[in-house]
Design a protein around this ligand. Structure first.
Ligand code: NDP
Length: 397
């Protein structure tokens, strides 16, 4: 059905490659390209399909991307490199007539700030070129938006309160490690919190608001209010929302390490002088922390991510909770990666599948909730991320 180019050979890229290879009726030609080609080759070896091509590319360089796209001629690029590369890859897509999908919105390297404005600004150019760009197609953002669209389509006339709840109740048996790229992860968590209420954004201190929430099959876990990028698109695309928040669980050990990292200046993202060289402390820290890709083997427990929604149907108030639980060990057995990479990589593959099947093909730049959620939801059940619904129970929020 179509040719796919995966950019990025980290934890998420590895899962995307496995899942794409499991669906050969849709993905007829596959290439994995990244900064370090040996990592792409190792993925191909693990999958055991020598027909998957690999290439080296620096995705910060539009010209390098253009040559690669012109030689492989993909129908769609799945960008699972880092958020810093979103704009260069989108530029190269426009220059070569390739469609685009990613899992995280653009962030400039020198400011820990993420918002959709930079990528939404490409809408007209993608429209004019007749190309589709699908933004934020991991789990959160990604499935969180599809769940919301599904709830709006099937269960509510008006969604009023939305809480996205993300619990990782797994244990990797390391003193401190992040579940995806440590630099991106620590930048996200150490920012101010932010949520949407009555048409306005309310800012909190980092991790200031927290409460215990009960997760299915897991139990109560302390959950912290963070800003997360899908809130920005969801309140725009579902204007009936009065309040939208995002919660993530953290253990005490993790938070203590994080506090020390910040207190000693290791979370800084500005370059400092070290022995006559410029280094960025957070990038140095990444080099000494465990690699998220190596956590899978000893990871037990599961993740539970979902949407808790309150709103109106036929004039009556209802509550709705939709979620997926994902076992780290099951993810590892299937792909060699832990559950956080798995829950991101599977939806990225499904988004590309939706595009190639013509179901999510529409010139312009779109967030996932702007497409029909039904065929995506059907694939979630088939591709390893089954979902469950709870109607009219206490949401705790
Ligand atoms: P990793 O750090 O494990 O992998 C990133 C990959 O991108 C590495 O292979 C890296 O190459 C490659 N890369 C980095 N810079 C460049 C460049 N300039 N050119 C080419 N390749 C480059 O990250 P993850 O796999 O954990 O995360 C991937 C993406 O997924 C991130 O954007 C992250 O924000 C997003 N994500 C989204 C989630 C969601 O639910 N929506 C959840 C988790 C992650 P090298 O190996 O040489 O360093």
């Amino acid at each position: 059905m179509g040719k796919v180019l995966i950019i990025g050979a980290g934890g998420v890229g590895t899962v995307v490659a496995h899942k794409v290879a499991q669906n050969p009726d849709v993905f007829t030609d596959i290439m994995i390209a990244s900064r370090t080609k040996s990592k792409c080759d190792a993925i191909v070896e693990a999958i055991g399909n020598p027909n998957i091509k690999t290439a080296q590319v620096d995705a910060d360089q539009v010209n390098e991307l253009i040559s690669l796209f012109n030689s492989f001629r993909p129908d769609i690029v799945i960008n699972v490199a880092l958020p810093y590369q979103d704009l260069t890859i989108m530029e190269a897509c426009l220059k070569t007539g390739v469609n685009y999908l990613d899992t995280a919105n653009y962030e400039p390297k020198d400011v820990a700030h993420f918002e959709y404005s930079w990528q939404w600004a490409y809408k007209k150019r993608f429209e004019d070129a007749g190309l589709t760009a699908i933004l934020g197609c991991g789990f959160d953002p990604g499935v969180s938006g599809v769940y919301t669209a599904y709830a709006a389509k099937h269960h509510f006339d008006e969604i009023q309160y939305l809480d996205i709840v993300d619990c990782n109740a797994g244990n990797h048996h390391k003193a401190f490690a992040t579940n995806f790229n440590p630099e991106i992860n620590i930048r996200e968590i150490t920012q101010n919190g932010r949520y949407y209420e009555n048409g306005q954004w309310v800012t909190t201190k980092p991790l200031e608001i927290h409460k215990a929430l009960t997760y299915p099959n897991i139990g109560p876990r302390e959950s912290y209010l963070l800003y997360h990028e899908e809130l920005e698109s969801l309140v725009k695309n579902f204007p009936s929302i009065k309040r939208a928040r995002f919660w993530m669980t953290f253990g005490q050990e993790y938070l203590t390490h994080l506090r020390v990292i910040q207190d000693i200046g290791m979370a800084r993202i500005d370059p400092i002088d070290y022995n006559g060289m410029k280094i960025v402390p957070l990038q140095f820290l990444k080099a000494v922390l465990p690699n998220p890709q190596d956590l899978g083997e000893n990871y037990d427990g599961e993740t539970s991510i979902g949407c808790r929604i309150r709103g109106l149907k036929d004039g009556k108030e209802h509550t709705y909770y939709i979620y997926n639980n994902c076992s780290h060990q099951a993810a590892y057995k299937e792909t060699g990666m832990q559950g956080v990479s798995y829950t991101t990589g599977v939806p990225a593959m499904i988004g590309a599948m939706m595009f190639l099947k013509g179901l999510w093909k529409r010139p312009g730049v779109w967030n996932v909730e702007e497409f029909d959620p039904d065929p995506f939801m059907e694939q979630l059940n088939k591709q390893g991320l089954p979902w469950h619904e709870v109607m009219d129970e206490d949401l705790e929020l």
